[in-house]
Design a protein around this ligand. Structure first.
Ligand code: BTN
Length: 175
């Protein structure tokens, strides 16, 4: 018993040490990024595959925004607490497709955050326009909890055209 106590103390110190968070980052749930876009990721299956829905706050088109399906996969479901992942959004209201790739992190405050990069491919009628058909950028997603509103402090550009977006922190409050 005398030897067990120091062991438990050491174990707890290792688990809460920076960069060794005990909390696992889980993709399933509702997320919001700094543009104000929302997505819902449904259950991740045993092979790491998942589907869900994406509601973008911005569009590169003049079309009316509609909720669109997403499909993706997570790497090594049971082995990593901060898994890498990728997903594709097949936009329901345009001829475009966006692929996202990223990693699910638990930050120093214990909050889950998805750091992603994306490529948005727009359809063009002529191969001569291929050079301008792909946009690139980054998005950071935070988890939306039930009964909670999150507002990004800055960074919403209003269009999907910019090459990068400034990272910013979000303030959340309970309604
Ligand atoms: C389109 O405009 O053709 C489809 C919508 C694209 C929205 C982009 S995808 C990358 C970026 N992140 C978002 O949440 N929305 C924009």
């Amino acid at each position: 018993m005398v030897q067990v106590t120091p062991f438990l103390l050491m174990l707890s110190m290792v688990l809460v040490a920076p960069g060794h968070s005990a909390k696992k980052c889980v993709l399933t749930g509702r997320w919001m990024n700094e543009l104000g876009s929302n997505m819902t990721i449904l259950a991740v299956n045993g092979k790491g595959e998942f589907s869900g829905f994406y509601h973008t706050a911005v569009t590169a088109t003049m079309n009316e925004i509609q909720v669109s399906p997403l499909q993706g996969s997570q790497h090594r479901t049971n082995q990593k607490s901060q898994p890498t992942f990728g997903f594709t959004v097949n936009w329901s209201f345009s001829d475009s497709v966006t692929v996202f790739t990223g990693q699910c992190f638990v930050d120093d405050e214990g909050n889950e955050v998805l750091k992603t990069m994306w490529l948005l491919r727009s359809q063009v009628d002529d191969i001569k326009n291929d050079w301008k058909a792909t946009r690139v950028g980054t998005n950071v997603f935070i988890r939306l909890h039930s009964q909670q509103e999150c507002k990004w402090q800055k960074g919403a550009s209003g269009s999907a055209g910019s090459a990068s977006h400034s990272f910013c922190s979000a303030t959340c409050f309970t309604q």
